[in-house]
Design a protein around this ligand. Structure first.
Ligand SMILES: CCCC/C=C/CC(=O)SCCNC(=O)CCNC(=O)[C@H](O)C(C)(C)COP(=O)(O)OP(=O)(O)OC[C@H]1O[C@@H](n2cnc3c(N)ncnc32)[C@H](O)[C@@H]1OP(=O)(O)O
Length: 229
């Protein structure tokens, strides 16, 4: 898989600011296996191949990888560990579940909770966003399923997005359709990727896009025809 040009920089792990290509090579031989480091928390599995410097974070929190406080805490810890590992240059975030990348914020976290718990939850949401946006690794969302609302935010926060083509998979900040308002920093993240006009329409109408539609609106560097990436 190849990924295109980017304008982000400032990180010692970016080869330069022009082109970054991530090679997802053929399966490793036994000699390579020792260069793989795996760790697993209940909701996220991480595999780091030190020979390529690429880590894959797989979300494994059924039924829909919703972003609960526990999930977000595990995500931030896993990302921090990768940041501290100098052999890791890039991270792919993806889902281990069929059909779902992430259903977004866990709705149950926003209902009937104490103000303290709500504060803790929203702090974790912001921390996920800040850590991913500010990461000095190359970050790639391999979106192999539906990705509404907060799931879309997570994908938008990565440097690159690749989405599997499947008419059942939608991505977007669709909060309006749910009768809620996307926080301004969700909106800003989308503006930074696709511009003001597209974001304005998308948020007003609560649109969910298919992979080809999103590609037309410059969401992607790439998309793939297989149902799973
Ligand atoms: C106050 C201002 C807040 C503003 C910011 C909001 C950002 C957000 O992210 S809000 C959350 C928005 N996300 C959603 O509303 C997602 C809604 N879910 C779906 O569209 C679908 O579930 C799906 C497309 C992700 C999957 O569809 P599928 O048919 O495969 O599964 P379902 O039968 O619908 O769901 C299975 C199971 O999962 C529960 N669930 C779904 N989404 C969430 C969620 N976001 N949080 C918690 N739980 C969720 C759903 O209720 C089902 O549970 P049961 O099996 O127990 O009924």
């Amino acid at each position: 898989m190849g990924f295109g040009t980017v304008s982000r920089g400032g990180s010692s792990r970016w080869p330069d600011q022009r082109l970054c290509t991530v090679e997802m090579g053929p399966p490793c031989h036994t000699s390579c296996l020792s260069r793989r480091k795996s760790s697993s928390s209940p909701k996220i599995k991480v595999d780091l191949d030190s020979s390529t410097g690429i880590a894959v974070m797989k979300f494994q929190s059924p039924p829909v990888n919703s972003l609960s406080l526990d999930f977000l805490t595990e995500f931030c810890i896993s990302l921090e560990k990768l940041e501290m590992d100098r052999s890791c240059r890039g991270v792919v975030v993806t889902s281990a579940l069929p059909k779902i990348f992430s259903a977004g914020l866990d709705i149950m976290e926003m209902y009937g909770k104490s103000p303290e718990r709500c504060g803790e939850f929203w702090k974790a949401v912001q921390e996920m966003w800040l850590k991913l946006y500010g990461s000095n690794m190359v970050t790639i969302a391999a979106i192999n399923g539906s990705s509404p609302a907060g799931g879309c935010l997570m994908a938008l926060t990565c440097d690159y997005r690749i989405m599997a083509e499947n008419p059942r998979y939608g991505i977007g900040l669709n909060e309006t359709q749910l009768g809620i308002v996307a926080p301004f920093w969700f909106k800003d993240t989308m503006v930074n990727t696709v511009g003001h006009r597209t974001t304005e329409l998308a948020l007003e109408l609560g649109l969910l896009y298919s992979a080809p539609d999103a590609l037309r609106l410059a969401w992607w560097t790439s998309w793939c025809r297989r149902t799973r990436c």
